[in-house]
Design a protein around this ligand. Structure first.
Ligand SMILES: Nc1nc2c(ncn2[C@@H]2O[C@H](COP(=O)(O)OP(=O)(O)OP(=O)(O)O)[C@@H](O)[C@H]2O)c(=O)[nH]1
Ligand SMILES: [Mg+2]
Length: 355
């Protein structure tokens, strides 16, 4: 089982995920009972980096991590996923609940579903045990506060597409409707009601929090930072943890999140070798997608990639060496995908001749 147990029983760590403009920051503010996170205006994207805020509410130390929106066409997916991974580091040793924020007054899009599948792949199936769906914007469906939950219930039963049904199934039917635009007293009560649902889920999960290999690796790097802070500032563990969280968010300490991914990829490569035998390398070409992030000039792609790989971490150097340095940089978004495919096919043919 890849889940940890709660050390500090009074802390509740929540991560907000969802598509851009869904209402994550607004929901974070509803939960915290104050305007801790900047809310987006109009079409502009509000949250660019993951944010952290906490408060003592109903005897619970509630720590909320806000993230930039998924499916943001103005931002590369890798960058957003990196921020999502960072949010897990901020919620170290792991979030108790992952709140997936959805809109009542909008369609559940194919992009949103794909983003959800990517998250599931990134975090692993255990992720679902900690998943809670929050549908914001219920004010667009009903103006009657007493009917919020029943209105959502009918909406879900009458017109949710199969993709959304999958999320509902994955979260074992845990969902809640919120109006972030409600009057302060009403909004406060909604925050408390949601917190009580969150606490029920934590109880059901036996006080465990979400963790996976990525969380454990990050935890190993973060723990000494907390210890150092405790000694240097003569701080309590809670204060030192809070300070380290802010350091991570403000990037005062650099956690090389991609380093952890590279490690996972390396392990996957080792598994492949064990499974098929070392000769699998003789038939392998290492493909690097997203080369457009490194150079915009198509003619320079392969040369720039080769140059960049000279500084690659040891694990990646090993993979490249095993594959006799056969590698290729691809821009999957380029309009000349066809010529890239031809170039790659040429490389495959050469490999066939060689082996
Ligand atoms: N009517 C209504 N509007 C809402 C609700 N929640 C959020 N909004 C509005 O939706 C817009 C986006 O809200 P944010 O909280 O910034 O959304 P976000 O998911 O944090 O956005 P990004 O950080 O850009 O990904 C803002 O104009 C909010 O006022 C709600 O419950 N009802
Ligand atoms: Mg936001």
């Amino acid at each position: 089982m890849s889940t940890g147990t709660l050390d500090d029983k009074d802390e509740c760590r929540v991560v907000l995920l969802g598509k851009t403009g869904a209402g994550k920051s607004s929901l974070g503010n509803t939960l915290l009972g104050r305007e801790a996170f900047k809310v987006g205006l109009g079409l502009s994207s509000g949250t660019e980096k993951c944010q952290f805020a906490d408060t003592l509410i109903e005897g619970v130390n509630l720590a909320v991590v806000d993230t930039p929106g998924l499916c943001d066409t103005h931002r590369p997916e890798q960058e957003v996923l990196r921020e999502v991974a960072k949010s897990v580091a901020v919620a170290e040793p792991g979030p108790h609940v992952i709140l997936m924020v959805l809109r009542c007054d909008g369609r559940f899009t194919a992009e949103e579903y794909t983003a959800y599948i990517t998250l599931k792949a990134m975090f692993g199936d255990d992720f679902c045990k900690f998943l809670f769906l929050v549908f914001v914007g219920i004010d667009q469906v009903t103006g009657n506060p007493d009917e919020r939950q029943s209105a959502l219930e009918s909406m879900i039963h009458e017109k949710s597409p199969p993709t959304l049904q999958e999320l509902i199934f994955d979260s074992s039917g845990r969902y809640f409707a919120v109006d972030n635009k409600a009057q302060p007293v009403d909004r406060r009560q909604q925050g408390k009601d949601l917190l009580s649902r969150i606490q029920k889920l934590i109880q059901r999960n036996g006080d465990r929090y979400f963790s996976n290999k990525l969380c454990e690796d990050i935890g190993r790097d973060v723990e000494p930072m907390i210890q150092r802070r405790m000694q240097q500032d003569n701080a309590t563990r809670a204060d030192a943890t809070r300070a380290v969280r802010q350091d991570i968010v403000k990037e005062k300490v650099v956690l090389d999140i991609l380093k952890y991914w590279a490690k996972e990829e390396y392990e996957a490569f080792c598994t492949l070798k064990t499974f098929f035998g070392p000769s699998v390398c003789d038939f392998s070409i290492v493909i690097f997608v997203g080369i457009d992030q490194i150079t915009s000039k198509p003619d320079e792609r392969q040369a720039v990639l080769k140059e960049m790989l000279k500084k690659a971490p040891e694990t990646l150097q090993e993979i490249l060496s095993d594959c006799s340095h056969r590698c290729f940089g691809v821009d999957n978004r380029a309009e000349y995908r066809k010529s890239q495919a031809e170039e790659l096919r040429g490389m495959i043919k050469v490999s066939e001749l060689l082996f």
